[in-house]
Design a protein around this ligand. Structure first.
Ligand code: DX5
Ligand code: ZN
Length: 218
């Protein structure tokens, strides 16, 4: 399983240090939560921060765009050094075009669904998707509780993407309490923000999460 710590809960005054800590502990991806204050009720960071982060790590930079009409910003994120870009199905009028243009530039194309958005919305785009992100909270903030009704959706998503080379990612409320269950359900990739960076020793927490995953898969 890939663990992608979300820098939303990191210390922005010490971002480089926090990233080194989790990468050193084994985190393969760094998750960057981009919010525009329109699609979600919060404003966070943009391409400038991705560019700065790119300089301090070779880890996969996973940019989660919670932005209306994300097509407008794809090139900016690509130029900043993103490795993958995830757009929300609810935020774009031309999902297939957005996914195809991310891939055309050599990046991994991701699509995200809010908790209430049905899986059917991506049914005809499966061939264009590298990463399917199932939100387990309503996007906008870190530190929210995992919505349990999403468990059956994760199961249905697994079935839907069978046979496609699509990574299944879950984001929101992931912690040591549910990571083992997610691994057992076949989730390939989890985002974890507050449950990592809000602990006294984020590196130790990442290692404990990996241990929980490996014992659950034994
Ligand atoms: C929510 C973001 C998440 C968030 C996760 O809108 O997309 O990536 O940072 O934070 P936690 O792990 O604290 O729920
Ligand atoms: Zn996210």
């Amino acid at each position: 399983m890939i663990i992608a710590p979300s820098i939303l809960s990191a210390d922005f005054a010490n971002l480089g240090r926090d990233i080194q800590t989790v990468v050193h502990a084994g985190a393969q991806w760094i998750h960057v939560d981009v919010m525009d204050g329109v699609f979600v009720p919060n404003i966070t960071i943009g391409p400038l921060v991705v560019k700065a982060v790119r300089k301090v790590t070779t880890a996969f930079l996973d940019c989660h765009l919670m932005v209306v009409d994300p097509e407008r910003y794809l090139d900016d994120f690509i130029r900043s050094g993103a490795d993958g870009i995830t757009v929300h199905v609810e935020a774009t009028r031309h999902l297939q075009r957005a996914l195809a243009s991310i891939r055309e530039k050599g990046l991994k194309s991701g699509v995200s669904l809010n908790p209430s958005t049905p899986l059917e919305t991506i049914k005809y785009c499966l061939a264009d998707i590298d990463l399917l992100l199932i939100m387990s909270v309503n996007p906008g903030f870190g530190g929210q509780a995992f919505i349990k009704a999403v468990f059956p959706k994760i199961q249905e998503a697994k079935t839907m993407i069978e046979g496609y080379p699509i990574q299944l990612q879950v984001d929101g409320g992931v912690s040591k309490d549910n990571i083992a269950k997610l691994a057992q359900m076949g989730v390939d990739n989890v985002v974890a923000g507050s449950s990592v960076f809000m602990t006294a020793d984020p590196g130790k927490t990442i290692k404990e999460m990996f241990d929980l995953v490996s014992s659950s898969l034994r």
